[in-house]
Design a protein around this ligand. Structure first.
Ligand SMILES: [Zn+2]
Length: 166
């Protein structure tokens, strides 16, 4: 199955009624949400983000380390001053470690593929709340994040609710 029909057909309908083509490049509400790429999360709807208001940065696990480049660009080039880091229940990153991922790649794709990812840290984590705390702490320790407000949250995929951790 391909995502192309969704994109092509859905976009026609979207563009037909699109009226917000005059928004400014920098996010109007000056914050960034760093969340997981999990397909069950709809950040704009679940976190009430109007178009043009905030950066939404997504990666596997809402990893601060993996999203660091994007956050620095968001802050230094586009003026955001706050980070909401939102991990979630049922995250796939709670279910494996580097050895498991490397083993899978070797099995599925062969030795050359395994070699290509041998230095990759998949940044999985075994405990959800602790991972939120660790990532917020890691961000707050960066000199480049000085003066940036950083908070950590958990989104529940089974209820749609979000709660503050730190
Ligand atoms: Zn996830």
């Amino acid at each position: 199955m391909s995502g192309i029909p969704n994109l092509v057909e859905g976009n026609k309908a979207y563009a037909a009624s699109f009226t917000q083509g005059d928004l400014a490049l920098p996010p109007s509400q000056k914050y960034a949400v760093l969340t997981c790429m999990d397909a069950r999360i709809d950040p704009a709807a679940a976190f009430n983000i109007p178009l043009g208001a905030a950066h939404v940065i997504r990666n596997a696990g809402a990893s601060a380390r993996a999203g660091f480049r994007d956050l620095v660009i968001s802050q230094q080039l586009l003026g955001t001053t706050e980070v909401l880091l939102v991990k979630h229940t049922g995250c796939g990153m709670l279910t494996f470690d580097n050895a498991t991922a490397s083993g899978l790649i070797a099995k599925n794709k062969g030795e050359q593929a395994a070699k290509e990812v041998e230095d990759l840290d998949f940044l999985a984590f075994p405990h959800l709340e602790q991972a939120v705390r660790d990532d917020v702490k890691w961000l707050k320790e960066r000199a480049v994040e000085e003066g940036v407000k950083v908070t950590g949250w958990i989104y529940e995929v089974d209820t749609g609710k979000v709660r503050n951790v730190v």
